[in-house]
Ligand binder design. Sequence first.
Ligand SMILES: *[C@@H]1O[C@H](CO)[C@@H](O)[C@H](O)[C@H]1NC(C)=O
Length: 315
Amino acid sequence: MGLLLDGVVMQTILISTGIFLTKQPETRAIMNWVKQEHFTASASLHGGALVANYPWDGTRDTSKHYYGCPDDKTFQHMASVYSRSHYNMSLSKEFEGGITNGAFWYPIYGGMQDWNYIHGGCFELTLEISDTKWPKADELPIIWEHNRMSMLNLLASLIKSGVHGRIFAADTGRPVPGSVMIKGIDSKVSASSTFGDYHRIVAPGETYEVVASMRGFRQKSTRIRLEQEAVSLDFILDPDGADGQTKLLPRSNDRGCRCDNDNAAKPFHVHEAHLWLYLLIVSVLLALYVVFKRKTVPRLLAYRHSSSLRRPVAV
Ligand SMILES: *[C@@H]1O[C@H](CO)[C@@H](O)[C@H](O)[C@H]1NC(C)=O
């Protein structure tokens, strides 16, 4: 985890493990895939313990202590969803609530959990799903039964929590691959380049300021209140002015919706979309009015019977 470490530690890791020099083709393929797909979340299944483990896995000084990432609260929420839905993970005597911060348990470097979060904006858990490291084949059905609801609930919670939506360019109306941040949390998720859709998981029960940005556009932000449901939030970004700097719209705070739920989040953006539509309709009506004034009513009627009926009116 190069990014997590300072120079000296990184050197030690480089020398001791060589992980940066000898990436296997499979590892490289997974890395490219994670970067390319913008996964929202992932889990890797392990055995030998019963606990839902979340980032960071490594500390800066390699010592074993709790080392939370910027999205610590959200990860605790995700891990708890898994643990509480499990047959008996949350009853663990070793791990409070059946969850643990990776570095608090034992630090590791070069794992997929930290990498996915840093480089893929993908929230990965490491799920230790059975005390038995190498279970016998006939134990697998019971392990599956114990974990089945956890897996389903983890998936459901990803859909039902956080903030999701699309980012559009105001000038072209096309989706743009911008990025979304939550104020006070130092991490970003990217929207896809095809649909401009983003999915940002955040722990429920709080108010957040969501900021969308894209190079060449002015960033926009709005406040949302997250309860037990996800919030849908689309952003329409205005192209940047001549100064080429992205800056916060001054009015973003007072017009930002203090949304209490999914439905309340929509009106502002719907209004904004309507505004563009109104402007368009008004311009078309104005153009028609000018045409109508120039050519008198009889001429216009005659015009309608002429062969040039389908051609756009040139003023
Ligand atoms: C959970 O259940 C399994 C199977 O019955 C058992 O082996 C394990 O000790 C239990 N763990 C806890 C934390 O209760």
